[in-house]
Design a protein. Structure first.
Lengths: 254, 254
């Protein structure tokens, strides 16, 4: 039975799992799960009976309702880092550099992935939520929470620039080839694409190595990287248009 | 060269690493690192020159200043989950059940550990910080942050009770023996010992399986569990005395 990946391409961990599969020729069926709850969706979003049925089935597969979740035969697994490591270990087509057999290299990758959970993730996700996404999920924008998330985010970007991206290596931990950690962290950062462009540039301008590393990871996983991020790029265009429409004075001056 | 463990026994991830070493007969030198920064310590706490020197040396070992950190020969590693997995893989004396060779079992342990980062950890640590610890670190207690942390904590305890502790198994994931996940999560929960006893009982009373599981993990790692938690038990006594002294009316009624 083919691997099943339950995912929402608007979720950054879902994108990381799908890209790993595609880059390494792992055959899988992708099952779309919409993360936003029915009542949280904007009124124009029609939830069909088919989608209700799908969500109902998913709750049997993962009672915690999290994506990405995979089903490999009878084996079910969620949490994206655990999935990335499992896929890299279970599918022989995945090249060693994604999750090396070497104990020390593997341990360092675990260390980056753990750091990600309590630093880059709350920083990036918290900032995007409280400056852009909240109204689309039925919540209010929260400037205090956004300021706190920005502190965590800039500290995380600084740690990436000065600590995890060592010397002139193209990837994390001084590596010449990407690992699951590069993929997970870059997909996390990519959500910042939905920010106002000036704001995004303000956040990133001090971190040149981070920008190069994102581009290195993108290039190493093309064309799949851009294909899987198409949903996010579409969302970015939508947010950009809305920002222009809400500032007609500014638009006419450009 | 003997393994070095840089730790603060008041930090729950430090305790998990030390207990794993002791239970499995891994020889190590423990180096005490005081987590609280000098300016954050209460005035009566004297920082000696020796301690300044120690903190200075530690910054060379881990520029991010996190504990636990280990040094094994020339190999340095931080993030407790990464360390637990490394030790269980690198030291043959560690029994298989702590981190099984079986790919599926291992993946499930990663899944619990990842879940811990974004659920139980912010819930437990956030609640203790904002109801007890903050004044001792030069910060103010924050009732709004405490209420938010309590929501995450109770949801996490409920998920442990109904999802991760399956059937009548003694440990997580339906296991009859503990893994690094049991050790990490139980050490996290143990910090709730410093709460007011009534408050702690209020939080835990709905979760009988969680209480049994904590006791199972404690018993499986004795006498080391209690020895390593001695610093925490001491802090608990101190906080209890302070609470009694600040409520003389209540004390006289008891």
């Amino acid at each position: 039975m083919k691997l099943k990946v339950y995912a929402d391409r608007m979720s950054q961990p879902s994108r990381a799992v799908i890209i790993l599969c595609k880059v390494n020729g792992i055959e899988f069926d992708e099952v779309l799960i919409i993360l936003a709850k029915r009542q949280q969706l904007s009124p124009e979003f029609k939830v069909t009976d088919y989608m209700n049925l799908m969500v109902l089935c998913f709750s049997e597969i993962n009672p915690l309702g999290k994506v990405p979740t995979i089903v490999d035969g009878r084996f079910k697994l969620f949490e994206s880092h655990a999935i990335l490591i499992y896929l890299a270990s279970a599918f022989p087509s995945v090249a060693d550099h994604w999750y090396p057999n070497d104990l020390s290299k593997r341990a360092k990758i675990h260390s980056v992935l753990d750091w990600h959970h309590t630093n880059l993730r709350p920083g990036a996700a918290g900032y995007v939520m409280n400056t852009v996404l909240a109204p689309f999920l039925g919540r209010s924008l929260d400037s205090k929470a956004a300021a706190e998330a920005e502190k965590i985010l800039t500290k995380s970007l600084s740690t990436l620039e000065t600590f995890w991206l060592k010397g002139n290596a193209k990837f994390l931990l001084g590596s010449s080839q990407p690992s699951v950690a590069d993929l997970s962290l870059v997909c996390e950062i990519m959500q910042l694409q939905v920010l106002d462009e000036k704001d995004r540039l303000r956040l990133f301008s001090p971190y040149k190595k981070v920008e190069e590393w994102i581009e290195n990871t993108r290039k190493a996983t093309q064309p799949h990287f851009d294909v899987v991020h198409k949903t996010l790029y579409g969302a970015k265009d939508k947010f950009d248009k809305q920002r222009k429409m809400s500032k007609p004075g500014l638009q006419s001056k450009m």
